[in-house]
Design a protein around this ligand. Structure first.
Ligand code: N2P
Length: 362
């Protein structure tokens, strides 16, 4: 074994280089469609650190990996509630803010909201924040719903309405937290309720319209909307506007829109965190600092259509993105948004069971 190592070593140039000159790497695990991918090359070019980039589209998927341990990831991007319980489970290391000087440009209000999940802002910094709402094909909905305004959850939760659009394809996010909280809100219950009977009521509401839902999925709806395979989704704002851009690029005449229903919706914060067993901690700091650089954060927002956590990036964000109140909500829109707290273990069991039941239609 040793001999084999020595032979490999002697044959490789790396063997003769000082450690600091050897290839530096950072392993990043982020959501799908959530970055300007050109920035990864820019980062490598500037720092010499290679980025191994991997993606997921659900907090459940990320959490399962983190709980199994030894992921090899240096940076992950959980949403607020998941971040909170992962911090409590001891998964992340406290951040040394002196290694992330660009935290000086962070957005105080957004940072304060993240502190609800990460008390004292010790373990995470906001990457993006956004809402859950209605993503739709403007013409196909108009053909089917006439003058009905698409600014209410009625569209997806009233069987007589969703039934009318089922033929052109409806997807819901495969995210129990999003779907249950907005259902609770629609029912006039506390969207953050942890009562089992409330969770069951929310699940029953979704089950009622289950026959009209083609798929539960949290990333395929972007292309499905953009190419006309579906006409309605419960989705996230940034993804929806990416679908709009893709349709525009394809010049296929498909018009996509997104609304925050008047009844209100969930607002979520996704943030960078470093697992305790991250193999490349200094590289992780370098990556986070790069991503928080105002011009870089702005590029990410301009491409992904998500609002980032860096106030100082605003002057550099594409005007159409910055001025879109569904991405950067104005005061009136803000007033309709709610946030939620993590499920305790018992509630989580109810949620998981109900969600499986809803999806399988049983
Ligand atoms: C990006 C989805 C990010 C929002 N496609 C969900 N955390």
């Amino acid at each position: 074994m040793m001999k084999r190592f020595l032979t490999a070593c002697l044959l490789s140039a790396a063997c003769f280089q000082p450690v600091s000159a050897q290839e530096r790497v950072v392993n990043v695990y982020n959501w799908t469609d959530y970055i300007d991918v050109k920035l990864l090359d820019d980062f490598t070019h500037e720092t010499g650190i290679k980025v191994v980039y991997d993606t997921y589209d659900s907090n459940e998927m990320l959490e399962a990996k983190l709980l199994a341990g030894k992921t090899g990831y240096d940076i992950v991007v959980p949403s607020g509630t998941f971040l909170q319980r992962q911090i409590q489970a001891g998964i992340f290391q406290p951040l040394e803010m002196s290694k992330i000087p660009n935290t000086k440009g962070l957005w105080p209000e957004v940072t304060a909201r993240l502190a609800v999940y990460d008390p004292g802002n010790k373990h995470a910094v906001t990457y993006m924040w956004y809402t859950t709402g209605l993503s739709y094909n403007v013409d196909k909905l108009k053909q089917r719903l006439g003058d009905q305004r698409v600014d209410t959850w009625d569209i997806v939760f009233k069987p007589e309405l969703i039934k009318k659009v089922a033929d052109c394809g409806v997807y819901f996010l495969d995210s129990p937290e999003d779907l249950i909280s907005v259902s609770l809100r629609y029912l006039g219950l506390n969207p953050d309720s942890k009562k089992a009977e409330d969770i069951r009521k929310a699940a029953a509401l979704i089950s009622q319209v289950r026959p009209y839902i083609k798929k539960f999925h949290s990333s395929e709806y972007i292309n499905a909307l953009a190419n006309g395979d579906i006409c309605l989704a419960i989705g996230w704002a940034g993804d929806t506007f990416q679908a709009r851009s893709r349709a525009e690029d394809a010049k296929n005449g498909i018009k996509i829109n997104y609304t925050i229903p008047k009844e209100g919706t969930l607002m979520t914060f996704d943030s960078f965190a470093i697992p305790k067993d991250a193999p490349h901690v200094n590289e992780a700091y370098a990556f986070i600092d790069f991503m928080l650089r105002p011009q870089v954060a702005a590029r990410n927002s301009s491409i992904t259509n998500y609002a980032n956590g860096v106030l100082a990036s605003k002057p550099f964000v594409e005007k159409s993105v910055l001025e879109n109140p569904a991405i950067y909500p104005d005061e009136a829109t803000m007033a309709r948004l709610f946030t939620i707290t993590p499920y305790d273990a018992q509630t989580q069991r109810v949620v998981t069971r109900e969600w499986t039941r809803v999806k399988t239609g049983k």
